[in-house]
Design a binder for this molecule. Structure first.
Ligand code: AMP
Ligand code: MG
Length: 324
């Protein structure tokens, strides 16, 4: 069965197409880049409406199928920016109803995990999920993805993007900070806030900006920002790993593209004799992860009525029954 996955929680409209064996047939991504500042929810959702038609056409072309070949339509139900979620859910409902196909809403965070599991072959990983809005350490236990530790304020990606904005880097700043950090050498002390297995990233943002205002080299601040915040993530991951005795560690979410984070997280896994992996170019937001999760749900017999397909901008990872 062919599955269409629509992703639209924040910056990217993604249209993914997979077959019933989880092979990727199409992966179209259309990202919105704000001219200045961060993501404006209304502008991002308008971007999604304006590129919806061409993205769908392109995905069907790439997959060499027509809409009637699709057996299941899926979309990101939450969490995310309300206007974006509503735009993409409306498109998915329309496609499903008009073409008489089943519809499934998928939790975006869980989709980041499921694509990683499919591509790595991991069956029961401890997940370090770090994206723009989310930073969580997660493991499946008794039918739910349990959050063992998470940020108490901003997500790590948003913290990096905000810092970038304050010092004049274009959105998204994460990749630029990684580049600058490679040229940094001096470690500047920044607040390191881990409480049990939870983290806080707002103090480090303020402190990093203060260092910038007082004339510290941007490369050194970026280096220190990465070293400190990634060490916080790794400490929490290691604590969960030791308690849960996981044999696999999976890195997920857009911040996972960062080579230094990949290196640090893999060292933590190695020290505990666990395997380590991450889903390559499928770390960031895209429709393939939505389609893969929907296929797993569908194979397990999950169905959804249009009434149940309302979006939930704050839908929690640990609120979904994982029956697949
Ligand atoms: P997502 O929401 O999962 O698509 O992830 C988007 C976030 O990932 C944004 O906050 C980006 O700044 C961040 N990001 C992307 N690439 C990198 C990178 N190489 N290093 C750090 N952060 C990154
Ligand atoms: Mg994401």
């Amino acid at each position: 069965m062919i599955v269409l996955g629509l992703e639209g929680t924040a910056h990217t409209l993604g249209v993914g197409v997979i077959d019933g064996d989880f092979n990727v047939l199409a992966d179209v991504r259309n990202s919105y880049t704000p001219e200045d500042g961060g993501i404006h929810p209304r502008d991002a959702s308008q971007h999604m409406s304006s590129v919806m038609r061409e993205s769908l056409d392109q995905a069907l072309d790439e997959a060499a199928i027509t809409i009637s070949d699709v057996g299941l339509v899926s979309f990101s139900q939450g969490p995310g920016l309300g206007p974006c979620l509503r735009t993409v859910a409306t498109a998915a409902r329309t496609l499903a109803l008009y073409n008489k196909k089943p519809l499934l809403g998928v939790n975006h965070c869980i989709a980041h995990i499921e694509v990683g599991k499919v591509l790595s072959g991991f069956t029961d990983p401890l997940v370090l999920y770090v994206s723009g809005a989310n930073s969580q350490v997660i493991k499946l236990r008794d039918g739910r993805y349990r959050v063992f530790g998470e940020t108490l304020d901003v997500g790590l990606g948003n913290m990096l993007d905000k810092f970038g904005r304050m010092v004049g880097l274009q959105h998204p700043a994460g990749p630029k900070i990684e580049e600058l950090a490679r040229e940094g050498s001096d470690y500047i002390e920044l607040p390191y806030v881990v409480k049990g297995t939870d983290m806080s990233f707002s103090g480090i943002l303020t402190a990093a900006y203060q260092k910038h205002e007082s004339g510290a080299r941007l490369e050194d601040i970026c280096h220190s920002l990465q070293e400190t915040s990634f060490a916080m993530l790794c400490e929490v991951t290691e604590r969960a790993l030791a308690h849960l005795k996981a044999g696999e560690v999976l890195l997920a979410g857009g911040v996972g593209y960062n080579k230094r984070l990949q290196q640090m997280a893999s060292l933590v896994a190695e020290e505990h004799g666990a395997s380590f992996d991450y889903p390559g170019k499928f770390m960031g937001d895209q429709g393939v992860m939505i389609a893969m999760t929907a296929l797993k749900m569908h194979d397990a017999g999950v169905t959804m009525t249009v009434e149940d397909s309302v979006v939930d901008s704050s839908q929690r990872t640990d609120s979904i029954d994982v029956t697949w």
